[in-house]
Ligand binder design. Structure first.
Ligand SMILES: [Zn+2]
Ligand SMILES: [Zn+2]
Length: 306
């Protein structure tokens, strides 16, 4: 399918890609793995879409033939590939993707949250791994884009109260306003314990604090992307004596339809996370803003931003 891109987000993964440290890099490459837009053309034999349909794109390209794929664990694909990571993506006017990767945005869909489809699909996958129960407290470490999303989505499914732990004071003020969570500096979160904990920073020190903050019989979701060389201290005794569960979550797995539903139901709360829009021509400025950390979700658009 050929999709005319309405907008495509920039995320931390793109910064790694551009720095050349993703391991899967093949240059030259057009980045962009968070697009949504309008169907303009279909390949021979493709049915089910009409020109003008609005769609969000799942960038995952699972081979379907390797052992993990055949076990239903396509995000662990041995030939892992993705739109905007191993083949040309959507920081462009048009992007070509397999029809199976499109998710229809029905008429009336709140398109202001469409740029969040891919990150919310990652968050939905993470929440399935965490599998929290409602009416129990949760703590999220890190108020970056994904930490904010996690705090909102936990609250939206009745898990809470949610505490959000963030180092940066400017981010704390913003996070409190956007999530309604109890937002604290790390030094004010010592001794905090919750049965459901999400590590969304990728920082080993935050991981250690997050693990310390898991209540007995609780679960830690490792959701932030640490550097592959990073290590952290773990007490085997605590894992044993407190029956802790530690789970990881990588990208998207069968969670895109749930993400589209979540966006529709919680559009009003999620829309303020799309903070900055740039034209494709100004991608350099957009990347500088993302590197500065002073944005939540920045998107590139081929059109004049409104
Ligand atoms: Zn991303
Ligand atoms: Zn595979």
């Amino acid at each position: 399918m050929v999709v005319a891109v309405r907008s495509c987000g920039i995320c931390g993964t793109d910064l790694h890609l551009l720095a050349g440290d993703l391991g899967t890099d093949r240059f030259p490459l057009v980045p962009g793995h968070e697009p949504w837009g309008e169907v303009v053309a279909a390949g021979a034999g493709v049915t089910g879409y009409r020109a003008g349909d609005l769609v969000a794109v799942d960038p995952s390209l699972h081979c379907g033939a390797c052992d993990p794929c055949r076990r239903g664990q396509g995000n662990m694909c041995e030939r892992w590939a993705a739109v905007g990571a191993t083949r040309d993506g959507a920081w462009a006017e048009f992007t070509a993707v397999p029809a199976a990767n499109l998710h229809l945005l029905e008429p009336g869909f709140p398109v202001e949250v469409a740029p969040l489809a891919e990150p919310v699909a990652c968050a939905e996958r993470g929440l399935r791994r965490l599998d929290p129960r409602p009416d129990q407290p949760a703590t999220v470490y890190g108020a970056g884009t994904m930490g904010l999303l996690m705090a909102i989505l936990l609250d939206a499914r009745g898990v809470g109260p949610v505490t959000l732990v963030e180092v940066n004071p400017a981010r704390r003020a913003l996070a409190a306003r956007l999530t309604g969570a109890d937002v604290r500096a790390p030094e004010d979160a010592a001794g905090l314990r919750a049965p459901w904990v999400v590590e969304a920073t990728g920082n080993p020190a935050a991981f250690e604090q997050a693990l310390a903050g898991v209540a007995r019989a609780g679960t830690l979701l490792v959701f932030g992307v640490a550097s592959p060389e990073a290590t952290a201290a773990v007490s085997p005794y605590r894992l044993y004596a407190d029956e802790l569960t530690v789970v990881g979550s990588m990208a998207i797995l069968h969670s895109f339809p749930a993400a589209v539903d979540t966006l529709r139901r919680h559009a009003a709360r999620l829309a303020p996370l799309v903070t900055d829009r740039f034209r494709l021509d100004d991608a350099r400025d957009a990347l500088a803003l993302v590197r500065s950390g002073e944005t939540i979700k920045t998107v590139l658009t081929p059109e004049e931003p409104s």
